[in-house]
Design a protein around this ligand. Structure first.
Ligand SMILES: NC(=O)c1ccc[n+]([C@@H]2O[C@H](COP(=O)([O-])OP(=O)(O)OC[C@H]3O[C@@H](n4cnc5c(N)ncnc54)[C@H](OP(=O)(O)O)[C@@H]3O)[C@@H](O)[C@H]2O)c1
Length: 300
């Protein structure tokens, strides 16, 4: 794998990482929360959504996460409206492999034709000639599911060879699927559910770190169910900060290959998260926080 850590930038907590050949800030932004309720339809306040995206870039964030399935099309179109023509340093990661149905469900769409169409849809809605990073989203709404990814992943490799995609990633993937992809073609990240309370991927994170591959936790703040824990609150109180700050700072500390993409529809929360993630956790904090997920892991 070609991904390596690079020199930290002074402006954002966590410094920088390089996805393949693309430098990004480890503190990124996930755009899913900008769509309407249930990630369907437009935001209630379009100007506020555009303001969040512009503020992310103003703060120095260079890694945005999106998907054409959000809305559908809504977050990609907001990103385009807010930020196109894109700053040269901005990297937009998207994902393919699921579509939306009329009930707001996320049925898989991983046949070669589905994936080709999704890549072209992303190019169009983002207004780009090439997609910086495309994650193949596996599994379903309940999480990763076993099964070979070969046909779907090989389709994305073809699209990469055609010049439509710079780098590939995996999402909602099992450790076995990650290992299978390693035998097919390089990828620069894995984006799975992970946070202080959901640490099923501890071993995978460490394995990817050894290989220089980024791990991008989705739902870093708990997603639709905010993280709640007396231990987390106690650590936050000790530092006089919000639990969200502790949750983000812990992820940055957990492993150098972790990239943050916390979501928010609020400029105030975005600023608070950027400031909060810079919190320095003590050994006492880390030992307490390690008890939350029930699966203690060695931290670097
Ligand atoms: N690969 C996948 O299958 C997949 C699945 C889900 C998500 N994702 C990606 O992961 C990103 C992150 O996930 P997420 O946005 O769903 O979950 P998240 O980052 O864990 O949490 C977002 C929630 O936290 C709230 N929040 C954020 N900052 C806050 C603060 N300072 N104080 C209080 N509340 C705060 C937000 O509400 P406010 O809007 O009110 O701030 C929002 O409800 C998404 O944007 C998406 O790009 C990927």
């Amino acid at each position: 794998m070609t991904t390596t850590r690079t020199t930290a930038t002074p402006t954002l907590p966590g410094g920088a990482w390089t996805l393949g050949d693309l430098p990004v800030t480890r503190f990124g932004y996930g755009a899913m929360q900008l769509a309407g309720p249930g990630v369907m339809g437009p935001p209630a306040d379009r100007e506020a959504a555009l303001a969040v995206l512009r503020e992310a870039v103003r703060l120095g964030i260079t890694h945005l996460d999106t998907a054409d399935a959000y809305g559908p099309h809504v977050t990609n179109e907001l990103i385009r409206e807010a930020l196109h023509p894109y700053p040269a340093t901005l990297r937009i990661a998207t994902k393919v492999g699921a579509r939306r149905d009329a009930d707001g469900g996320w049925p898989p769409a991983r046949e070669p034709d589905d994936l080709r169409r999704a890549v072209h849809d992303n190019l169009e809605t983002l207004g780009a000639d090439t997609l910086d990073l495309v994650n193949l989203r596996l599994g379903d709404a309940t999480g990763p599911r076993p099964g070979s990814l070969a046909t779907a992943y090989e389709t994305l490799v073809e699209l990469q060879r055609e010049g439509l995609i710079r780098h590939l990633g995996l999402s909602n993937a099992t450790a076995e699927q990650v290992a299978e992809a390693e035998t097919i073609a390089p990828f620069v990240c894995v984006q799975n559910l992970y946070n202080l309370a959901h640490r099923r991927d501890d071993a995978l994170i460490d394995r990817l770190a050894e290989r220089g591959v980024a791990y991008v936790p989705y739902f870093p703040l708990g997603g639709f169910t905010p993280l709640q824990s007396a231990t987390l609150s106690a650590v936050a109180d000790r530092h006089g900060v919000r639990p969200t700050a502790v949750a983000l700072a812990w992820l940055l500390h957990r492993s150098p290959n972790i990239l943050l993409i916390p979501g928010t529809s609020s400029v105030a929360h975005l600023r608070e998260n950027v400031a909060g993630a810079g919190l320095t956790l003590t050994a006492e904090d880390l030992a307490a926080l390690d008890t939350i997920g029930g699966a203690p892991a060695a931290t670097p």
